[in-house]
Write a protein that binds this ligand. Structure first.
Ligand code: F6R
Length: 255
């Protein structure tokens, strides 16, 4: 379940290969996608390989986890813009199959219900990619979010807004709220891969290891998911007990 890799590039190599394999096996797969700094090397590697191998991505369907409330898809800091920049514009996806929450929906609660329904009608995600916040959030499900929560509007914690301020120009205020898939839709995915890289994630990875499943640390829910992998680099693993680090350094074989 927890695997330690030398660095973010090796994780990107492994997960991009896994993604290509999944899409090859089922060209109409439904993917759950994440944004954030952690995903950037992965998407870059995936795009390069998919191009080189002429992978057909036109049949796949994707659902992003979240979007800031108040940002239009054209806003450069929206997650829609992030996805275009890092993934969608580089390959021949079918735009009608790429789904993101709409941060400008006039009725956000109704839109959240509709987004959740749309995903459930597809049978949920077959393969869900996740990053993790320094407070343990997945999607934007902040600590304390019930595990049975569905897609909803969330007020972002100060910690999350501070962490994400690095993506905004100095002095620009990070949006206060977002729409996120809930813990229920995320954990319904048949297979989940969560990636955590860099020293800023080391305390929460150590906390995840120490603690039982608790809503206070949302990603501990993955401990009871039958097919969840937590992939961390050495920097993110640096606060795990040394004997644990030594036993988890093997890179799993694909297939
Ligand atoms: C992004 C998302 C978030 C991020 C998390 C880590 O769509 O759902 O949970 O995965 O905040 O962000 P980074 O990768 O920027 O550290």
């Amino acid at each position: 379940m927890l695997q330690i890799f030398p660095d973010a590039a090796v994780i990107a190599e492994y997960v991009s290969e896994l993604l290509i394999q999944k899409i090859g096996d089922n060209p109409e797969i439904t993917l759950g996608l994440a944004t954030g700094g952690t995903m950037e090397p992965l998407y870059a590697r995936f795009v390069a390989k998919a191009r080189a191998r002429r992978l057909d991505v036109s049949g796949l369907c994707s659902f992003n986890l979240d979007e800031y409330v108040g940002l239009s898809p054209d806003h450069p800091k929206s997650y829609a813009a992030y996805m275009r920049e890092h993934l969608f514009r580089h390959l021949a996806f079918d735009p009608a199959r790429l789904h993101l929450p709409d941060g400008l929906a006039p009725d956000l609660d109704a839109h959240s219900r509709e987004y959740s329904e749309r995903l459930l009608q597809m049978g949920g995600a077959e393969f869900q990619l996740l990053g993790v916040g320094t407070n343990g959030h997945i999607g934007f499900n902040e600590p304390g979010t019930p595990f049975d929560s569905r897609c909803h509007v969330v007020r972002l914690s100060e910690r999350t807004r501070l962490d994400n301020s690095r993506f905004f120009e100095p002095g620009v205020i990070v949006p206060a709220s977002a729409i996120t898939l809930g813990m229920a839709e995320i954990t319904r995915a048949r297979e989940i891969v969560l990636i955590a890289t860099g020293p800023a994630k080391a305390p929460i990875i150590a906390e995840w290891f120490r603690r039982d499943v608790t809503e206070e640390i949302p990603f501990t829910v993955l401990k009871r998911h039958p097919r969840a992998q937590i992939l961390v680099d050495e920097a993110a693993a640096s606060l795990l007990p040394p004997e644990v680090r030594a036993s988890m350094m093997e890179i799993p074989a694909l297939g």
